[in-house]
Design a protein around this ligand. Structure first.
Ligand code: FES
Length: 109
């Protein structure tokens, strides 16, 4: 495990979610009712940065072509509208462990 510091816990709590740079990755982190989530923030379809969070259903929609991802598993739930026939299982995103460590959000990369 390699934990990397990102933004303050207060900043994430206030924003609810944010894409953050972690080494050479961009990770979509979210704080939903005190639960922390992390998933690749670069869409697997055409590399847009995610996205629009649906906190009640733990889903994230890509702004570019509306692909929808499961925040807990990274699975693609709905394909991009421009590639409806793309195999969803190949377009899932990696998820990460996220923790609050002394007021800082850390991601295990
Ligand atoms: S870049 Fe995300 S759905 Fe196309």
């Amino acid at each position: 495990m390699v934990w990397k510091r990102t933004i303050s816990s207060k900043a994430l709590e206030k924003a609810g979610y944010a894409p953050v740079k972690v080494d050479d990755k961009v990770v979509f982190i979210a704080n939903i009712n005190g639960n922390l989530y992390g998933m690749d923030a670069v869409c697997s379809h055409a590399r847009c940065i995610l996205g629009i969070l649906d906190p009640e259903n733990l889903k994230v929609k890509c702004r570019c072509h509306d692909a929808v991802f499961d925040l807990k598993t990274g699975a693609m739930l709905e394909p991009p509208y421009v590639a409806k026939d793309a195999p969803k299982e190949k377009l899932g995103l990696k998820t990460y462990q996220v923790r609050d460590n002394g007021g800082w959000i850390e991601v295990d990369v």
